[in-house]
Write a protein that binds this ligand. Structure first.
Ligand code: F6R
Length: 609
């Protein structure tokens, strides 16, 4: 939520910052701004709306200078308008701040600052930081920021520059991500890896409470106690091209089509279809601990939560361990019974979701070991978990999560296989068969992607619908939830995901000719039941769109609208069945003229509670 970029070196800072912000726009896009230092003066430009508005403003009023910071905003305090756009300045206009996070005690601080004569220009919480720094600045920006942060409560990733100290950028983080990119005679800062990929692969992830002084030729990091510390340098293998659209009209479509690769990359090298060996390289629990497990808590938000719901079926069916799946914002405020014989699996694409992080910390406090399933290398979740099983999806830029979901499912299959093997709940032969089936999944997903044209035609037909019902059962109930979420978030159509068997206990009252019903009806143990549910919906005038298994003649004759996916063992059906649903929501959004990659009101990485 909110993206920050900064540069210090010898090149035009404005170009690099705007380019980085473009790659971070998925973090927020209701306003953007940039501040560049030139001849001991600050040049500030801000615009409401997407980054393109700022770029336009810069065309007629460019910034010059080789040191600067920029920001793309997702509003928390103060509506989206130019005054509330970052960067924010102190009374003199010489101290400039960009911030991602929330300063919880800003009202109290603002009052005190106003009483001592500071004049505020925005409604934001961030502006207090600029004034707090101003109040302490006497030529040493580092000390002034240190002093200011001692007074604030809340979450922050921030970058600060001062006209009177042009040779460095001061940055700090607490409960919000911040990365320093290392170059030759230049250095960078950013909220997330993709912003810096074209410039450097050498990155340092700041830790909680860290503060750093970044100049063109050095980076000095201090921990929360003020001591100088060295943080590990990571070499990031992600390709800059992965963070580009690469000929696709939208990131979301590109990422949907990257799924076969993302799935394969996630399991490759971790299991062998020859002998059934599984090697998760420490990103699991030791055999003895797995045998002792009394319970699994899976905790996540949004799409990652839906992956967790599928995970429940996997761990219960294969490893015979009881599983509870929780939405992180609920888990953190209930009193889960945690102990060392339970394990928490937290799932997060970004690794920065505030509620998921809070759930992780709560689990650790309860002495419950935590395994993260995470995509973002070096993210807070991955650093704080006891072990991280990385999905290898590459950067996911589209706000609606697609390849991260199927990557998460793949990681959960790996963990469930590993634990079933360690507990002896599956015979070697069965395990080997399942591993071989997983090996075939990327090819089957490629087949399922061929449904794109069918989904486009269906989207044309249904684009004016106001409501949608998504039904699924058993291991495909979470797929119905995920399909409905995708439709809601990018095409703004009300959609509800429901367990098909529960329909008659309420939602059936909603069904009429204006309520299309998407049904996941692929082969499996509840197939006959789903056919019954289709009949029930049709009897009430509902139009069914069925996702069915190739060769299913019964569905063909029963439904006017259907799409076929390749046959897989039911256990793997969610990873295939979700594909046409992703494509449907994509084409619906395009039909309706919606902004697919940057849907209204959303941000990709939800770093505030
Ligand atoms: C939906 C979506 C969100 C995220 C959720 C969790 O398409 O992207 O629902 O899944 O915000 O994000 P992570 O996985 O980064 O913790």
């Amino acid at each position: 939520m909110c993206g920050i970029v900064g540069y210090i070196g010898s090149k035009p800072a404005g170009d690099i910052i705007i380019d980085g912000l473009r790659r971070l726009e998925y973090r927020g896009y209701d306003s953007a701004g940039i501040a560049v230092l030139q001849d001991r003066a600050i040049e500030l430009r801000r615009s409401v709306g997407k980054l393109s508005a700022l770029v336009k403003a810069l065309e007629s009023n460019a910034v010059r200078g080789t040191v600067g910071i920029g920001h793309t905003r997702w509003a928390t305090h103060g509506r989206p308008c130019e005054e509330n756009a970052h960067p924010h300045t102190d009374c003199t206009g010489k101290i400039v701040v960009v911030h991602n996070g929330i300063i919880e005690n800003y009202l109290e601080l603002k009052k005190q600052l106003q009483q001592s004569g500071h004049v505020f220009k925005s409604e934001t919480d961030t502006e207090v930081i600029a004034h707090l720094v101003e109040a302490r600045f006497n030529g040493d920006l580092l000390q002034a920021v240190q002093g200011a942060l001692a007074q604030v409560r809340g979450a922050y990733a921030l970058g600060v520059i001062a006209a009177d100290e042009p040779g460095r950028i001061i940055v700090a983080r607490r409960d919000a991500p911040l990365i320093i990119g290392l170059g030759e005679g230049e250095n960078f800062l950013a909220s997330d890896i993709p912003a810096l990929l074209p410039y450097t692969r050498r990155m340092v992830f700041l830790e909680e409470g860290d503060l750093a002084a970044i100049s063109a030729d050095k980076v000095v990091i201090y921990n929360s106690g003020g001591e100088t510390v060295v943080r590990k340098e990571h070499s990031i293998a992600w390709d800059a091209v992965q963070a580009e659209k690469g000929g696709y009209k939208h990131f979301m479509l590109k990422e949907i089509f990257e799924q076969p690769q993302a799935i394969q990359d996630t399991f490759r090298g971790r299991l062998s279809p020859e002998d059934g060996a599984i090697n998760l390289d420490g990103a699991t629990l030791p055999a003895e601990a797995v045998r002792q497990l009394s319970k699994i808590y899976i905790v996540a938000c949004g799409t990652s939560y839906h992956a967790g719901l599928v995970g429940k079926f996997l761990f219960e069916n294969l490893a015979r361990i009881p599983v509870e799946v929780d939405i992180a914002s609920e888990f953190r405020y209930r009193s889960p019974v945690l102990d060392k014989n339970a394990v928490a699996i937290v799932i997060s694409q970004s690794g920065e979701t505030a509620d998921t992080l809070a759930a992780l910390r709560l689990s650790k406090q309860g002495k419950c070991p935590v395994i993260a399933v995470c995509n973002a290398i070096g993210s807070t979740v991955s650093r704080e978990a006891d072990a991280t099983l990385y999905t290898r999806c590459g950067p996911e830029i589209g706000v609606a999560s697609t390849k991260a979901f199927t990557g998460q499912l793949t990681a959960l299959y790996l963990l469930a296989f590993d634990w079933a093997g360690k507990r002896g709940t599956l015979t070697g032969d069965t395990l080997l068969r399942l591993i071989r089936e997983l090996w075939e999944v990327p090819g089957k997903v490629s087949e399922a992607l061929k449904s794109s044209d069918t989904m486009r035609s269906l989207a044309k037909e249904f684009s004016q619908a106001r409501d949608f019902l998504y039904l699924g059962r058993n291991i495909n109930y979470p797929v119905a939830l995920e399909g409905a979420l995708k439709l809601k978030e990018i095409s703004y159509i009300h959609a509800e995901g429901y367990p098909a068997g529960e329909m008659k206990h309420g939602p059936i009252a909603l069904i009429d000719e204006d309520m299309p019903v998407m049904v996941v009806a692929t082969a499996g143990k509840v197939y006959e039941k789903i056919l019954g549910n289709i009949e029930e919906a049709q009897a009430r005038g509902g139009t069914i769109i069925a996702v069915a298994t190739e060769g299913d003649e019964a569905i063909k004759s029963k439904t006017s609208h259907h799409v076929f996916v390749p046959h897989v063992d039911e256990l793997f059906s969610p990873i295939i069945n979700v594909v046409p649903l992703q494509l449907f929501s994509y084409h619906m959004a395009v039909q309706r003229g919606c902004d697919v990659d940057q849907p209204r009101n959303l941000a990709k990485s939800v770093t505030v509670e």
